[in-house]
Structures are given as structure tokens and as C-alpha cells.
Design a protein around this ligand. Sequence first.
Ligand SMILES: NC(=O)c1ccc[n+]([C@@H]2O[C@H](COP(=O)([O-])OP(=O)(O)OC[C@H]3O[C@@H](n4cnc5c(N)ncnc54)[C@H](O)[C@@H]3O)[C@@H](O)[C@H]2O)c1
Length: 253
Amino acid sequence: MARLEGKVCLVTGAASNPGLGYAAVQLFAREGAKLAISDIDEAGLEACAAAARAAGAEVLAFRQDVTSEEGWTHAMDAIKDKFGRLDVLVNNAGIAMLKPLAEFTLAEYHRQMDVNMTSVFLGSRAAAELMREGGGGSIVNMSSIAGLVGVPGVSAYGASKGGVRLFSKTVALEYATAGVRCNTVHPGVIDTNMQQVSIRDNPEVFEQLKREIPMGRMGRPEEVAQCVLFLASDDSSYVTGSELVVDGGQFAQ
Ligand SMILES: NC(=O)c1ccc[n+]([C@@H]2O[C@H](COP(=O)([O-])OP(=O)(O)OC[C@H]3O[C@@H](n4cnc5c(N)ncnc54)[C@H](O)[C@@H]3O)[C@@H](O)[C@H]2O)c1
């Protein structure tokens, strides 16, 4: 049986291809999920929806800026109208502003925190209550290995991802008896559009990074999607408040 058969799943930041949200959506579609997908990039979102529909999934696609509280209210309303419930939320949308601390403006810092961390607060708060009403669910929050250890050049990004990590543990504890699980995924260097931009901007840093990956290569978005699927599905029914590192061994050193 498909691992998400009949489950209603919302994935944010689904438009970018190659991207982690897009890959999760396509895997979820093959695993029998009913999908709600969102992004600010409407053209990319439509392409993601079309591919998921071609795989047989029922898909509700809508524009959503994850930093907007009102946007989350609309998202929950649209999902309730279409599917009547929500079983899985993947808080995936994110941006990476990479530069030395001294060059960061306060506005950039706030932007980084809003998109990566405030979004997770807003989304988890909205979804956890809807899931509680439905008898339970699973929230998967996308962090990073930069949310586990310090990395030069990622001060605000690392703060946002470290925040996501600890925030998720608290959600897990507050909702444990309600059957709502909450876990984080910590990718290393994965070959997506986001990563291609940072390789283009910092080619030497990337060469150094690649040498530090024990498996000697970047990860593929599909390899992260498999971890997201595990945490989203009932296969992880006793897993909450945990962190799943998917990094080719980088963090083991
Ligand atoms: N690629 C990696 O190596 C890597 C490593 C660790 C963590 N991550 C995290 O994984 C997640 C996905 O990363 P990716 O590599 O697929 O990035 P990506 O840039 O390829 O895709 C991110 C998506 O988020 C969307 N987005 C950005 N701001 C948004 C907003 N305000 N509202 C709604 N959508 C918005 C973008 O339009 C895009 O479609 C991010 O949270 C990222 O920080 C990525």
C-alpha cells in the first residue's frame, strides 16, 4: 500500500525544480497523497502541480507567501474547503542569504528570519490546531546542518535554521498527546536551484565544502524527499521532536 494513501499534505516552497519541496511533492504524489502545494512563484508552482497530477494525485495549488499570517489563514481555509482536513505539513519554503556578519544589514537579517523561521512558527501554529481537530498529523520542518553547527558566512541563515530545530521540539512536546508529531530534517549540500546560486557566487567555498563531504558528492533532492516521506508517513508513528540529518556523512565528523 502507498505510504501516504489518502493523507492530505501541504508542502510549501514547492515551485523550484530542482528543489526539495518539488521533489517531496512528486514523491508524495506517487505515494498516494492528496496534495496542497504553495509558493510565491506561480509559474513554477503550476508546473509542479501538473507533474503531480500526471502521477495521479489530486492537487490544490495556491500562491502563498509563507511570511504572511493572513496567507496562512487563507491556506488553512482553502485546504478545509477542498479536503476537509490536514494530515501533513512540510514547512519547506526558505531562502539563503550568505555573507559575512559584518556585511549584513538589519533588514536582511529580518528578511532571513521571516522567511525561514517566522514562517515555520505561523505554519506550525495554524496546522497543528487543524491536525488536532482531525485527530493527529505530522509536521516536518526543513532545517539544515547549518542549524546544528556554525558555518562561516551563514550567521542569520544558521540562526533561522537553529531556531527551527528547537522550535520544532517544543511543538512536538506541546502536541504529543494530541497525536501531532513534529520533526526536523537537516540536509547538507543538496543539488537544488538554491545550491546552484551559492555555488555560482562562491565557487571556492563550494570546492572546499565538497571535499568535506565523506560521500564525496552533493545529495539529490529525491534523497531528502525520502527522509521527509518517512517523517510524514505513519512509518514514523513513534518519532517526534527528533532531527533527521541527510548529508552524506558531513555532520558525523
Ligand atoms: N539545497 C540545500 O543544500 C539545502 C540544505 C539545507 C537546507 N535547505 C533548506 O531546504 C529548503 C528548500 O531549499 P531548496 O534548496 O529546495 O531551495 P530553492 O530555492 O530551490 O526552493 C525554495 C522555494 O521556496 C520558495 N520561497 C522562497 N520564499 C518564499 C516565501 N516567502 N513564500 C513562499 N515560498 C517561498 C521559492 O520560490 C522556491 O520555490 C529551504 O528551507 C532551505 O533552507 C536546503
